[in-house]
Design a protein around this ligand. Structure first.
Ligand code: ATP
Ligand code: ATP
Ligand code: MG
Ligand code: MG
Lengths: 261, 261
């Protein structure tokens, strides 16, 4: 079971869109995928059709009340894709977790239990952690629990800002808690491919982080922005769209699969 | 001197782009405008050409070391537009301010001093506060110091999320610290006018907040994203662009001026 944190403390860069649609694309290649929402905004959960206002138990209970992940995991409308949802209750979690012993590895523990026992007979191949735009205790839990990080970045002027801060936190987590954590790659998101600005930002990212940028770029596509309002991944909402093609290409690249064009 | 907080705790919705370009448009109508950066990301400062890595003194010193605003204010490339810059040092400010007496009204005090004494003979008509994507002590200082708030919102599915939280904080600030604070309006930003999603979100905003949505909508325009990389407002970078037209229309609406088309 590989745990991938989708992480960038900058707001609105494409974390949720990537966590959900890369997850869905991996499921489309036959894998069993869990989208685990660690953001009190609950966008990832809403995106896959969960009614976050009607949740009896959520990630808040898992992290503060010793509820096992299997108690909150549910299927989505897409074959092979499950969700462990969050809602605004989770914003209370950091305050409660702050004085707990081993407060940074609570999520790690819960994921290890899931890896061992499975969920109703399902053993997940991939768990994608949809992180909040912050570097607080929830995000540290995500980094401490992850095997790898994928960093979505907008192809706009301020894109690289804050990345050194993220790298700093990753370095500390790797040193003190989770030595196997590695940055798997950077995904260019919301790319307006016709503009010179996007290409300049791409060059900029490549020069700062050679070999980290995925070949697959996620272009600006309104279908990706519409899908969450129907509680669907892009593969249910519009499987022929550029958005679906791009996330499928990203998943193939991640898996090392050659896609015929 | 009217103080306007450009505020929304959601990341990447257009606060900085609005603080800088609405400010520039108001300067274009003959007013003296100060863009005051209260975001440790320092994007507003960079946007108007400030080298935030070379700053000797910044908002950090103003808020934690009793430095007057006039000591850090500088002109920008645009006539009538000044800047009070920030950089990453400001992220240390909240921790230092937390134990100060009257910690929520430090900025208010500094702005009152500026209103009284001016800056090198200049008395500002408008001060636009570029807020960080959070509801922490810095943002509370901004709300406590402001006469009004303008809320930029993306015209996308999750746009309204978090607004009730913002309104809650505004209510508390109004009750306990700043009774004159009012929400002047909501600006639809980064609008992709060809899509039905944008129009649905607009209707949604109008039904939740009748009479708060400005008529002027800021359309998606790559020129607005390019301008900051040159350290310029849209009016210096591309005064004929849609971005410039939209911010000019917003300023005119704000001022109650009729623009001939
Ligand atoms: N490639 C794309 N094309 C069009 N719209 C996109 C694309 N990627 C993301 N969006 C839209 O941009 C907005 C922000 O994206 P998203 O929610 O994925 O970012 P995020 O990093 O998770 O934000 P947050 O920091 O608030 O969690 C959403 O409304 C989303 O639908
Ligand atoms: N109307 C627009 N058209 C095109 N790009 C835009 C528009 N408005 C903003 N952008 C771009 O979107 C990104 C986010 O905008 P901006 O920085 O203004 O948001 P913000 O709310 O200040 O973000 P943060 O929460 O990080 O402070 C920037 O790269 C900006 O250049
Ligand atoms: Mg998100
Ligand atoms: Mg900003």
């Amino acid at each position: 079971m590989k745990v991938i944190a989708i992480s960038n403390q900058k707001g609105g860069v494409g974390k949720t869109t990537t966590a959900v649609n890369l997850g869905a694309a991996l499921a489309g290649f036959g894998h069993r995928v869990l989208v685990l929402d660690v953001d009190p905004q609950g966008n990832g959960s809403t995106h896959v059709g969960v009614d976050i206002y009607g949740l009896e138990k959520s990630m808040y209970d898992v992290l503060t009340d010793d509820v096992p992940l299997t108690a909150i995991i549910r299927p989505t409308g897409l074959e092979g894709l499950h969700c462990a949802p969050s809602n605004i209750d989770l914003s209370g979690a950091e305050v409660e977790m702050v004085s707990a012993v081993g407060r940074e590895t609570i999520l790690k523990e819960k994921l290890e239990e899931l890896q061992e026992k499975g969920h109703e007979g399902v053993f997940f191949d991939y768990v994608l952690l949809d992180c909040a735009p912050s570097l607080g205790l929830l995000s540290v839990n995500a980094l401490a629990a992850a095997d790898e990080i994928i960093v979505p970045m907008q192809t706009e002027f301020f894109a690289l800002q804050g990345i050194s801060k993220l790298m700093e936190v990753v370095g500390i987590v790797r040193k003190r808690i989770n030595p196997r954590l590695e940055i798997r790659g950077i995904v260019a998101c919301r790319m307006d491919t016709r503009t010179r600005l996007a290409l300049e930002v791409i060059e900029d990212i490549q020069s700062h982080f050679p070999n980290l940028l995925f070949e697959a770029r996620i272009r600006q596509n309104v279908k990706l922005a519409e899908a969450p309002s129907f509680g669907q991944t892009i593969f249910e909402y519009d499987p022929e769209s550029n958005g679906a093609q791009d996330y499928r290409a990203l998943a193939a690249e991640y898996l090392g699969i050659q896609l015929e064009d």
